[in-house]
Design a binder for this molecule. Structure first.
Ligand SMILES: Nc1ncnc2c1ncn2[C@@H]1O[C@H](COP(=O)(O)OP(=O)(O)OP(=O)(O)O)[C@@H](O)[C@H]1O
Ligand SMILES: [Mg+2]
Length: 458
């Protein structure tokens, strides 16, 4: 049974809560102020903290902060008098699960306790005692926890051993190059070279000689013979990144190289064989370019025999924490893992990640540079994440409709509508609460908090 720590300087409340929770089978420990609670937290394991906000000498907010540092996996419910609701909201920003205004109804309290514990349980499958994921899954160097990324990995496994050309698509920073590398390393060519080349970075006049090489004296400045990338990648894989930047005039020559596996150097007269597997990526929609006439249709079809599409990070929130952990491990190189606040986890999961995985990697580097007492806290995050989190208005009950009912306050009406809307979204997502929370643009914790009890396990 769950173990709950209660901190309140009012002995009546302490004994009342003690009685209620014991009667429901919970294990309970009592503390009459924050300092006493902190001592217990250090020596014993708890699942949940219920704490008053106003206490002397160590108050509930200080206790909450200490709990987040000492035991990031312990959920917290704050008790507050109406006058301090603003502080309670502040407490939630600090990572408290919920707050209960005093005086409270016993049923309400028990329901919130149950929700908080359910939420902790669902998170604990992912989060270890130090606040990190335990179930990190790798495929090669690719962290893949979400179904979407697992599908990508399965696709890699299936197509890597074949000889086909593969088109890898995805927003900037989603991991296209990483996937290309994985295709290479799971193919029979893994002993050969893997050469990534960014076509956009090559000056247009030099692309041809970079790709195919040139003979001595082929053009002004060609003082020696040059080996091109196709030749250099022999027996291996050539990854043509941003292939959309290949000038139209060169596209037919590229097509010939891929189709016939023969190339001719700039200035050369003879064609010779090159055994290279081509993988390509584009940051523009090639189909659109074909329609516009700026990309050859035959080349497009030759390149996209098989395509692997990597979804944006925001559509696969399950990958965020494992990736964060992966980047931390990379950075600290076997050093001590810093702890991470629940507030940080929640901010990371609610951000939209326009720069995808690369942006997450940069954010983690930022956090590690600005570590506070060896911990990743909200203050170590780049300010754009905080701003975006605070501007997030939460779920809006959409399509408010309904008949007028006498005696029903606006708040009560909104609450009913909100619950209906939550149910609709969860049902639409096939019961997947993580996806529903994403769709609603709220954190998983908020979703659980708002959920009617009967829907929590369904
Ligand atoms: N699933 C993942 N697991 C581990 N690391 C990842 C994953 N996805 C991306 N990365 C890392 O994120 C960074 C960006 O990935 P990568 O360079 O492959 O993206 P990209 O799609 O090629 O980006 P761009 O479009 O900007 O070229 C790299 O450091 C890469 O190792
Ligand atoms: Mg790239």
């Amino acid at each position: 049974m769950a173990k709950i720590l209660i901190a309140d300087d009012d002995p009546t409340i302490l004994s009342l809560l003690n009685k209620i929770l014991l009667s429901k089978g919970y294990e309970v420990q009592l503390a009459s102020h924050g300092g006493e609670a902190e001592k217990l937290l250090k020596t014993e394991q708890f699942d949940l903290l219920i704490s008053d906000i106003k206490m002397e000498p160590v108050d509930g907010m200080q206790l909450l902060k200490r709990t987040r540092q000492l035991r990031p996996h312990v959920g917290a419910i704050m008790l507050t008098a109406y006058a301090t609701v603003a502080t309670a909201v502040e407490a939630m920003k600090e990572g408290a699960f919920d707050y209960i205004p005093k005086p409270f109804k016993i049923d309400e309290l028990l329901e919130t306790v149950k929700r908080a514990l359910d939420y902790q349980k669902s998170m604990s499958q992912q989060i270890s005692n130090t606040g990190y994921i335990e179930t990190k899954k790798y495929f090669g160097n690719i962290v893949a926890e979400s179904d979407e990324m697992i599908k990508v990995c399965e696709m890699i496994k299936r197509v890597a051993p074949t000889k086909t050309t593969i088109m890898i698509t995805g927003e900037s920073g989603t991991g296209k190059e990483l996937v290309a590398e994985a295709v290479h390393s799971f193919s029979a060519r893994s002993e050969g070279p893997f050469l990534p080349v960014n076509c956009a970075a090559l000056p247009e006049t030099l692309i041809e000689s970079e790709l195919f090489g040139h003979t001595k004296g082929a053009f002004t400045g060609a003082s020696t013979e040059k080996v091109g990338l196709f030749e250099a990648a022999r027996g291996g894989t050539l990854f043509l990144d941003e292939i959309n930047s290949i000038p139209h005039g060169l596209q037919s020559k590229l097509l010939r190289a891929i189709q016939n596996k023969k190339i001719r150097k700039v200035g050369g007269t003879e064609e010779f064989d090159v055994d290279v597997r081509i993988l390509a990526a584009s940051n523009r929609n090639l189909e659109t370019m074909v329609k516009e006439g700026s990309f050859r249709e035959d080349l497009f079809y030759r390149l996209s025999v098989i395509s692997i599409d990597i979804p944006p990070l925001k559509t696969r929130p399950e990958d965020i924490l494992p990736l964060a952990q992966h980047f931390i491990a990379q950075e600290i190189e076997g050093g001590e893992f810093p702890s991470m606040d629940n507030a940080v986890l929640s901010i990371l999961q609610n951000y939209t990640w326009p720069g995808n995985v690369r942006e997450l990697q940069n954010v983690i580097q930022h956090c590690l540079t600005f570590l506070l007492d060896g911990k990743i806290t909200k203050d170590t995050l780049p300010s754009k994440l905080i701003v975006s989190y605070e501007e997030n208005p939460g779920a809006q009950a959409a399509a408010l409709s309904g008949e007028f009912e006498r005696g029903k306050s606006l708040k009560a009406f909104l609450r009913v509508k909100e619950k209906e809307y939550l149910k609709t979204v969860i049902d639409t997502m096939g019961g997947d609460k993580v996806a529903a929370a994403k769709e609603l643009d709220i954190s998983l914790a908020t979703l659980y908090r708002k959920l009617p009890e009967e829907q929590q396990d369904s």
